[in-house]
Write a new protein. Structure first.
Length: 618
């Protein structure tokens, strides 16, 4: 398992420990403060809800103000040294925090919470910018999933520790000692993080946070997919911040005022996030799989709505035990965990996506832009919660229901704007649910630059199978009748399929297809054609047309012969008409995608390529 193997590697383990300890410390301090507010006799229910949301906003505000400067520093300087200096600052901050805890001063605790947020705002960009430098593309998703898992388990640890310590008569002294001790251990682990070269050492730092916010957000907008992914991540944090902030009051209102039920709900939420991060790799394999994002998005809404319904039938009383509560209210607890699992399925691939597709010299600043918008949305979540609870007099359950409904609308908007997510979902559904795909020789597909893939044509989903196997986006040349199939035509359009037909049928479409292929190759993209010109009706390879020779003559690039095995006889082939029995028999059957070494343009001929493909599929 890629995730666990990373924990054995020096390039990842010290970094993982450092960030996990930082998350633990932040949440121990923050949750101790929240519990002190919620269970204080000085405030009524409405006042405690308002103070809790103010505390959440105080912690998040520095991310909005200071992340742009943190992103510049992470792009300009060597990252391991920068992390070490930030951990020294954490020791100083936590020492001051220990004094504030010991004195039990709410104003001082709020000030330290703000400074903690400032230190974390500088740490965020360097943390995520470092990962693509230390991890390969194959392990980037696993690394992100592991960091997400570790972070939320650290959140869980900090939450549990805060809840347990809060029951002690010496809670203030114990908390003060622990936060300083953890900060020191975090600094020691940071000393072992391998060096990561600066992305842009000549960068001139702009220390004005307000002008830099504008500049940083502009950088994130250069790549539309990256920018919309950042907005989607920011919405996730709106939802997550709402739940994490409101769960203490939800437990107090729905169950009773025993802090152990706050710990129970926060534990389930954090475990769900960790399980979802682990599940990401299982569902994705060793690549960044965008197809699971819609599953996560709509899972958040579905389980959020059901959580509200379940909360209307909760069974509890003042002296109920933990075990009794769990046994009589399994639905609400399962909903909470599945909701947080869905959150991970949504956000982990998006985080890996922005790291993978960001311009290297500005990567940390783009991640800082992500942090800015994340922070803005979390502050907005606090304001939204305050307005819902005070102006509209909504209950905590009604607030969470509203967020779940809005989430569904946001998901529909995001997927309408980034059709790649929907396309990849369909591809994932076919290639990982309906079939099991084995790949051989895909390293022969060039990692950069233009190339043509040629393949046998066995079914209506050949393009989806090849697209799923390739790590690069592929433009497919496809018979116009297949490209215009009902419903499927939208997927093919989103995939930028190039429709073609015989020259005698439509000279205009024929010429346009060749011109578009040439344009795609000149732009450095990969184009796939099916030289047979039609789907086989016998399972045997048809003769290759000479269109490939025309393309190579116009635009000389390498050609990678490919073959599909095991697809003939599936419900998408032309062996027989669709039947339920055939679908059941072929469910989860194994398919194989094979690729031969590239052929130089001067050696390309239709007959030679046909011979190579024939050998592949034998």
């Amino acid at each position: 398992m890629a995730q666990l193997s990373l924990l054995k590697q020096h390039r990842f383990l010290p970094f993982f420990i450092t960030q996990a300890l930082g998350a633990f410390n932040d949440n121990l301090y923050k949750n101790f403060l929240l519990l002190s507010i919620v269970f204080s006799s000085l405030y009524n229910q409405t006042q405690s809800a308002i103070f809790v949301n103010i505390a959440a906003a105080v912690f998040i505000l520095p991310f909005f103000l200071l992340s742009p400067i943190g992103g510049q520093l992470a792009d300009k300087y060597e990252k391991s040294k920068l992390i070490q200096r930030l951990k020294i600052i954490e020791i100083l901050v936590m020492t001051a925090g220990a004094i504030a805890i010991y004195l039990q001063s709410l104003p001082a605790l709020m000030v330290i919470l703000f400074v903690m947020g400032a230190q974390s705002a500088f740490f965020g960009p360097v943390k995520f910018a470092l990962m693509p430098q230390h991890l390969s593309p194959k392990t980037l998703l696993a690394g992100n999933a592991l960091v997400e898992m570790g972070t939320f388990l650290a959140i869980l640890g900090g939450t549990l520790a805060a809840g347990y310590i809060f029951t002690s008569d010496y809670r203030f002294t114990i908390t003060a000692v622990i936060v300083v001790f953890i900060a020191i251990i975090g600094f020691i682990s940071s000393l072992y993080i391998p060096k990561a070269a600066p992305n842009n050492p000549k960068l001139s730092i702009n220390w004005n946070p307000f002008t830099q916010i504008v500049h940083t957000v502009r950088i994130t907008k250069k790549n539309r997919t990256v920018y919309l992914s950042i907005l989607a991540i920011s919405w996730f944090w709106f939802v997550a911040a709402t739940y994490l902030t409101q769960l203490p009051n939800l437990a107090k209102v729905l169950i009773n005022d025993n802090p152990q039920y706050v710990t129970l709900l926060l534990t389930l939420f954090s475990i769900g996030i960790a399980l979802g991060a682990w599940l990401c790799e299982k569902l994705s394999g060793d690549q960044v799989e965008l197809g699971i994002i819609p599953i996560g998005a709509f899972g958040i809404s579905f389980f959020g709505i059901d959580l509200y319904i379940a909360s209307q039938h909760i069974i509890t009383h003042q002296h109920i035990t933990i075990i009794e509560f769990i046994l009589t209210n399994k639905r609400i607890l399962v909903d909470l965990m599945l909701l947080s699992i869905s959150g991970s399925l949504f956000v982990v691939p998006l985080n890996a996506l922005i790291q993978q597709r960001s311009e290297q010299k500005n990567r940390a600043q783009i991640i800082a832009g992500n942090n800015i918008l994340n922070a803005l949305f979390m502050v907005l979540s606090a304001l939204f919660s305050i307005i819902m609870l005070t102006v509209f007099n909504a209950t905590i359950s009604e607030l969470l229901l509203t967020v779940a409904i809005i989430n569904a609308l946001v998901a529909i908007y995001v997927f309408s704007q980034v059709q790649e997510f929907v396309l990849r979902f369909v591809v994932w559904l076919i290639t990982r649910v309906l079939y099991r795909i084995k790949s051989t020789g895909l390293e022969n597909i060039p990692k950069t630059g233009p190339a043509i893939l040629i393949c046998n044509h066995v079914s209506f989903v050949d393009a989806l199978l090849i697209g799923a196997a390739s790590r690069r986006s592929v433009r497919f040349v496809m018979d116009k009748n297949i490209a215009n199939l009902p419903l499927a035509k939208y997927l093919f359009k989103w995939a930028k399929t190039i429709p073609i037909c015989a020259q005698k049928v439509s000279p205009q479409i024929y010429r346009a297809a060749f011109n578009q292929v040439e344009a795609e190759l000149i732009a450095g993209n990969i184009v796939c054609i099916f030289p047979e010109g039609k789907i086989t009706r016998t399972g045997e390879l048809n003769d290759f047309k000479r269109g490939i020779e025309v393309i190579i003559k116009r635009t000389p690039v390498v050609v990678v012969p490919m073959g599909l095995k095991g697809v003939w006889g599936s419900i998408f082939s032309r062996q027989r008409k669709f039947s339920i029995i055939t679908a059941i028999k072929r469910f989860r059957s194994e398919l194989e995608v094979l690729a031969a070494p590239p052929i130089l343009p001067e050696d390309v001929s239709a007959s030679k390529l046909q011979s190579i493909v024939q050998q592949l599929i034998r």
